[in-house]
Design a binder for this molecule. Structure first.
Ligand code: DP6
Length: 396
């Protein structure tokens, strides 16, 4: 047969959001995205939060193009280019220079379309899912099956953890070239079936300092961050792995809260200081502590990233009651029927004692809605061609 390079090839993948319980904050190498400390996260289920990305290559494409949520975006973005370059490098290495005519030409231009199944405006960490998905779709397109978290890391640090499901560690690594700075699965999503996640999407906050810029200022100015990376995190990482292995919610929840708090303390220790926690965040923190104190143990644990949304870890048997506590504390303004989204939540009647002890000064409308989800799997290949985000013409 004649050498027949495929004229158009397309691959679609989905990838999850992850939420760190031992936070990543600070790079030792800003080009390769190498962190100053290891981190650990829980991958969230894609039924509630996911990115879908289609990557296509064709000899008929005249330029590389990118669409994000239906709008054309800059394909020349250095982090997008880094992912593209690294996946192509792996593809080339894999082919070992041999002229595999069945393989897709690496010289074809590519089109990429990506979208989220959640509103970008909600400020839910979308860059991790976005880059994990980009790298997964490109790898599939070029037939690359190597370790890919190292590539996703170069899109966004936290993206490397979205390359696996369940409980995931990003080990900082030691090498200057970053080849040992990768993600490893600590336990699969099936490991802790009772674990649940409530994302409290808060209303109308302006965009704060981005993590990339914020963490660099912290590295340059915060002595607390240096201490955290050198002393605190190594101990906490080992403890957190144990709590997860033993499904010890008391230990897991307490440490997640402490680590979130210390991350925000390093932000305050940054000069000039960075504030991600708001009055509402502090209100939610106090609510969680009152709720746990009322029950005499850790039933819910909060964590906050570089934005105003709160993420609550809890166990299935606590969801209905705590959701009711949140509803009473932040009575929905308008969308009362859509206040709880995602996995079903049962109804719960709160005792007088609980309300009196926990629900103080309600703040109407402060929480827009609650998304109920749980740990989930890593990136998935989408087999059904009707699910591609690009048509046969290579356009969205
Ligand atoms: C607070 O991964 O968004 O969410 O590597 O510069 O892209 P870049 O930063 P990014 O930082 C995430 C910071 C965090 C904590 C975490 O997810 O571990």
């Amino acid at each position: 047969a004649m050498a027949a390079e495929r004229a158009l090839a397309m691959a679609t993948c989905t990838a999850p959001v992850n939420i760190a319980v031992i936070k990543y904050w600070g790079k030792r190498d800003t080009d390769l995205i190498l962190p100053i400390n290891s981190s650990l996260s829980v991958t969230l289920h894609q039924d509630q939060l996911k990115t879908t990305t289609t990557a296509a290559a064709s000899r008929d494409f005249t330029e590389d193009r990118l669409w994000l949520n239906g709008k054309e975006a800059d394909v020349g973005h250095p982090r997008v280019q880094a992912c593209l370059r690294e996946v192509r490098r792996l593809a080339r290495k894999r082919r070992g220079g041999s002229e595999d005519t069945a393989a897709l030409s690496l010289s074809y231009k590519i089109h990429i379309a990506s979208e989220n199944n959640f509103p970008t405006a909600a400020g839910l960490a979308s860059s991790a899912a976005g880059y994990a998905c980009l790298v997964s779709a490109l790898a599939r397109l070029y037939g690359v099956e190597e370790e890919l978290s190292e590539v996703a890391r170069q899109g966004s640090g936290s993206a490397c953890r979205s390359m696996f499901g369940g409980f995931v560690q990003w080990q900082r690594g030691e090498r200057p070239d970053g080849t040992d700075s990768l993600a490893l699965q600590v336990a699969p999503e099936t490991h802790w079936p009772e674990l649940r996640v409530l994302v409290l999407v808060v209303s109308g906050e302006k965009k704060p300092v981005g993590s990339t810029a914020g963490m660099q200022t912290s590295v340059e100015t915060s002595p607390l961050l240096k201490h955290r990376a050198e002393v605190v995190v190594p101990e906490r990482l080992a403890q957190m792995m144990r709590h997860i292995r033993e499904r010890d919610f008391e230990g897991f929840g307490q440490l997640a809260m402490r680590d979130s708090n210390q991350f925000h303390a390093t932000c305050l220790d940054t000069f000039p200081p960075i504030f991600y926690l708001t009055d509402l965040s502090r209100h939610i923190i106090a609510l969680a502590h009152r709720y746990n104190a009322h029950h005499g143990h850790t039933k819910v644990a909060y964590t906050f990233d570089a934005g105003p949304n709160a993420v609550i870890f809890t166990l299935a048997d606590t969801v209905a009651e705590f959701v009711e506590v949140v509803r009473r504390s932040f009575p929905p303004a308008t969308n009362g029927d859509q206040f709880v989204r995602g996995l079903p939540v049962g109804s719960a009647a709160l005792s007088q004692e609980l309300v009196a002890a926990v629900v103080t000064e309600p703040v109407p409308g402060a929480v827009q809605y609650i998304l109920h989800t749980k740990p989930g799997p890593g990136p998935q290949l989408v087999d059904d061609p009707s699910q591609h985000l690009l048509g046969a013409d290579g356009l969205p």
